[in-house]
Write a protein that binds this ligand. Sequence first.
Ligand code: ADP
Ligand code: MG
Length: 256
Amino acid sequence: MSTTDVMVEIRGVHKSFGRLDVLRGVDLEVRAGSVTVVLGPSGSGKSTLLRIVNRLERSDRGFVTIDGELIGYRRSGERLYELREREVLRQRTHIGFVFQNFNLFPHLTVLDNITEAPVNALGRSRSEARTRALELLDRVGLADKADAYPRQLSGGQQQRVAIARALALDPKVLLFDEPTSALDPELVGEVLDVIKDLARAGTTMIVVTHEIGFAREVADTVVFMDGGVVVEQGAPADVLDHPRHERTRAFLSKVL
Ligand code: ADP
Ligand code: MG
């Protein structure tokens, strides 16, 4: 992989909470336009890893770059200086995050949920942000819901709005943390379909999910984490059908 193809680089990332070593040296490269699905048992550090990528959490060691830009630090000669919060916020606009529980603003309409960050964080005009929001709502199949409030939508619809909201910042990478885990089973497909469309359009994504069928169909790379390390990674057919490690086999036998 040539360095110009790498959109997300995670190197030697360690993270502890008190005496709990949650990440114990994670390395990962995500190529531009590719989909990486991260699997692993509860507590293996998947959410923590995503939160470190967009600097909702700081790593104790190691670093993350997005499109070649170091996240959270400025390099000056041999030294690293921590960025101020305002600069971290700017970096974070390049990193879309879709949460398990949607995290929409309940007091804002769907349209205002999507335009809030482009207007306030990127300084786009209201009319420009609105036009783009309506395009994105159309893309996720919710053109008729612009004036609804989140509580008036199903979970699947709310999650599709959350995806549109993340896309409104034109992120370089989209991170999903179990985007369908909070949904009733019959609503999972509509959200996965939106993510599949994004994959086809070449959006760079890291998706934490337990949806193995989705991983098989959409992932370029499947990563299996356990105990704060990447146990193995590779093409879906290799990792899912011919896992090399006993821990991967044991996990897959439970979720398949
Ligand atoms: P996963 O997403 O794979 O289930 P997490 O990254 O959420 O795993 O959590 C890994 C471990 O770190 C868990 O044991 C969790 O309880 C712990 N943990 C996560 N965040 C914190 C925190 N802010 N403070 C203390 N412990 C945490
Ligand atoms: Mg998690």
